[in-house]
Write a protein that binds this ligand. Structure first.
Ligand code: SF4
Ligand code: SF4
Length: 125
């Protein structure tokens, strides 16, 4: 217990490990803050570059897809659904766990990770 308290106390004086949310990506409603930035009263938190191989939102290259359905078979979250009428897939980001199985198995690189980390939205689709 004492060891834990010592560790916690030490951490108080170290730098934070979290990155501040970059103002550039703040929602439109944050106008006051942006106004202060314009006047030079506040500084922008510059976007922090994501790591190489970061697993962000998946990009689906529809034109490359050959409709083999391998991605639908390996997806543990049923986030990839095959559309028989078009022989293409639909990717549901809200179900995705970013495990990367579909990206690995796709034979034509029709699925790839992007650095996009802003996934919240008002609409499910
Ligand atoms: S990354 Fe994983 S969970 Fe997301 S669509 Fe691909 S296989 Fe499914
Ligand atoms: S694995 Fe690739 S080519 Fe096959 S259906 Fe999925 S996205 Fe299309």
């Amino acid at each position: 217990m004492l060891t834990m308290q010592i560790v916690l106390l030490k951490q108080l004086f170290k730098r934070a490990f979290t990155n501040k949310f970059p103002v550039k990506h703040a929602p439109d409603s944050v106008t006051k803050l942006l106004g202060e930035v314009e006047k030079g009263e506040k500084e922008l938190n510059p976007p922090v570059p994501v790591e190489k191989d970061y697993r962000g939102k998946i990009m689906y290259h529809r034109d490359r897809c050959i409709g083999c359905q391998l991605c639908t078979k390996v997806c543990p979250a049923e986030a990839v659904v095959f559309q028989p009428s078009t022989k293409k897939i639909t990717y549901h980001v809200f179900r995705c766990t970013f495990c990367g199985e579909c990206v690995k198995i796709c034979p034509v690189r029709a699925l790839e990770f992007t650095p996009e980390f802003l996934l919240a939205d008002y609409k499910r689709k």
